[in-house]
Design a protein. Structure first.
Length: 302
């Protein structure tokens, strides 16, 4: 294994993560007919917390000390709202379509960073943001097709995840990545429970198994993504995330008889290209800032 190039390791784990994330969404879509999406989100958090128990028992609690509990709670609330919205959208929107829309989350994150963190963005990234919005409009085609509630929820979920990215960016200045992940589950658990109670039905053993699989696959996907980031920069592995759309198109055809049209592929490619450009551009600017000795994070604006 030591003779295998680091880039190969990064690509391998990035592809596995993308396949797992899409498989996760397939299961949500399959069981959403018998279990409400809010309840699926709750069990996703419940089983996710169970997976964290060994970590808590082996000294994890000591790493949970923080002075930013309110920001953690706010992040948990946003994440819960985004997950419940996305799971509901999965039950209403074709798999490939919602996957393409989900590519807009990094674009929303860039926009939120401009508005909230007052980050300076030059004309290149503004142009990429505009292109990403055009790509989204190509998919939803307002005025030509009815803008469904499911599509609105998918866009809302992506925008909320973009906001979450900004909050996490602030948390990473003082908190560990493990604590950030653990607190997310801790706060999402009661929030998703509260929202799921009005729609509660006791799931059968098979549904519980699939919801445990959702949590397990999501956790393993995050581990694979972390492994990919160990071997390469985020900007280098972002292009391989496009395979999520390929998997979504395949599973959509096989499981749900959903055939993506040319508008979805066109919009998806535009959005994804914009996302990749922004990721690569931000990586270039960070390298330039460090090379110039500007380690405080202030970057040139283009």
């Amino acid at each position: 294994m030591s003779g295998i190039p680091r880039r190969f390791h990064a690509v391998f784990f990035a592809l596995i993560a993308s396949a797992l994330f899409t498989g996760n969404h397939v299961i949500v879509k399959l069981i959403a007919g018998e279990v409400h999406p809010f309840e699926i989100a709750f069990f996703r958090c419940a089983f996710g917390l169970l997976f964290l128990v060994p970590w808590f028992l082996h000294g994890g609690m000591a790493k949970m000390r923080t002075s930013r509990i309110k920001l953690f709670a706010f992040r948990g609330f946003l994440n819960a709202i985004a997950m419940m919205s996305f799971f509901t959208a999965l039950s209403l929107v074709p798999l490939a379509e919602i996957t393409a829309i989900s590519f807009t989350a990094p674009l929303f994150a860039t926009l939120m960073a401009i508005l909230i963190l007052k980050e300076t963005v030059g004309w290149r990234r503004w142009l990429a943001l505009f292109a990403g919005i055009v790509g989204m409009l190509v998919i939803v085609r307002p005025g030509f097709d009815e803008l469904s509630f499911g599509l609105l929820l998918a866009i809302f979920a992506s925008a909320t995840w973009g906001f979450v990215t900004v909050v996490v960016k602030k948390l990473t200045t003082t908190e560990s990545s493990v604590a950030i992940s653990a607190y997310m589950m801790v706060f999402m658990f009661p929030i998703t429970l509260l929202f799921s109670l009005p729609y509660w039905t006791w799931p059968d053993i098979e549904a519980l198994f699939w919801m445990a699989a959702i949590a397990g696959m999501a956790t393993f996907a995050q581990v694979c993504l972390a492994e990919a980031l160990k071997y390469s920069d985020a900007s280098a592995i972002v292009p391989y995330d496009f395979t999520r759309l390929l998997w979504a198109a395949l599973w959509g055809i096989l499981f749900f008889s959903e055939v993506p049209d040319i508008w979805l592929w066109t919009g998806g490619v535009i959005i994804f290209t914009s996302t990749v450009f922004i990721a690569r551009r931000e990586a270039q600017l960070k390298k330039a800032a460090h090379k110039d000795g500007n380690v405080d994070g202030a970057e040139p604006s283009p």
